[in-house]
Ligand binder design. Sequence first.
Ligand code: NOJ
Length: 440
Amino acid sequence: MWWRDAVVYQIYPRSFQDSDGDGIGDLRGIAQRLDHLVYLGVDAFWLSPIYPSPLADFGYDVSDYTNVDPVFGSLEDLDTLVRAAHERGLRILLDLVPSHTSIEHPWFREHLDWYIWSPVDGPPNNWRSAFGGSAWSRDERSGRWYLHTFYPEQPDLDWRNPEVVAAMQDVVRFWLGRGVDGFRVDALTAIVKDAELRDDLPATGMFALPSTGEFGELEHIYSSNRPEAVEALAALREAAGDALLIGEVYLGTAEYARWLEHLDLVFAFELLFAPWKAEALRAAIAPAAELGRVAWVLSNHDFDRLATRLGEANVRAAAELLLTLPGAAFIYQGDEIGLPNGPGSDPQFDRHGRDRLRHPMQWDASRTGGFTTGEPWLQPIDAEKRNVEAQRADPGSLLNHYRRLIQSRRELGSHFRLLDSPPGTLCYERNGHVVTIEAG
Ligand code: NOJ
């Protein structure tokens, strides 16, 4: 299985490379920069959503699952990118968003019964949206109340309806037919909900992962993480065949086993949130490594960037950790040059405050960092002092550190054993190599 130890690079398409001067990254731009991925030595890349979208959630509100948003290019551009990637030995993953559509998806008008509606005139329960407020909103046209786990512009699909299952299977087959190698699957915990729409319970203990505001006041035992989700996953697997399915299952490691019945990998989120302290890292790593089939990840487009969360002093050690743990590892674009959070924009694009994690790649020291010949949709942060060109030329740079780590991880084999070590250090053995990470 190619993905077992794969290094996968996450591309945020709006912010990777613009090819046409409109200030927004696009597929042709990505194709122009594939050599960066080859230089790094990664095995694959994942594109955050490229589908038509009104951008309430920057692509995670899809209005057409089998097309490319014109801002990113065309289906032909995608075909060209797939070919160019494969020619270089790179695999390509798309982002599948099966749990909700955009409110502007024609399905929301043409197939009302593909969505989840309140049986009463108002919210039928206490479910909260992950972005705050009630998870129920009134649809002005029908006058009925629909469920949305995320923004009101993202109505949840009803996976208990076989037509929804079949439609999403068709989406999977469509992209596999165009040559993509698999999918990162979005927001899976919420794919199926309690059939009786029972109230979630007040939160009792600590969550394994951060859960903010009102959302964190409830234990989401009916609105999410349902045992019935296994059927939805089986359907996705049936359509995907042996293509890679990596799940965004936003739960603690203890919950992963049953999700892995049909998924190949799940992100090991406990590590992403572990403080940079050896004991905390060890506690996050041990059960996930035991489980196997996790993808290690230290940052993505939703949470603070690595350099900001851990501090610049720790970015090298973080790269060592990420790339020497056993199994697949995901790198978020820009982490390899130490990009920190940026200022975002004012007014903000993302209502949930995530612009600051999505600033453009900095390829060179020019005003737009080589990202665009036009006006970037978000300004580069510090291209004059931090950019790919300069770091390529410097053997001691963070970029070349990532590159060397990726090259040498081939020698690590599959063996992994945590070792006892002095306080403030995390130590493990891989195939005769001992890795020591100082943390804390
Ligand atoms: C997880 C995605 O990574 C995030 O960006 C998005 O807002 C939610 N899922 C909803 O799709």
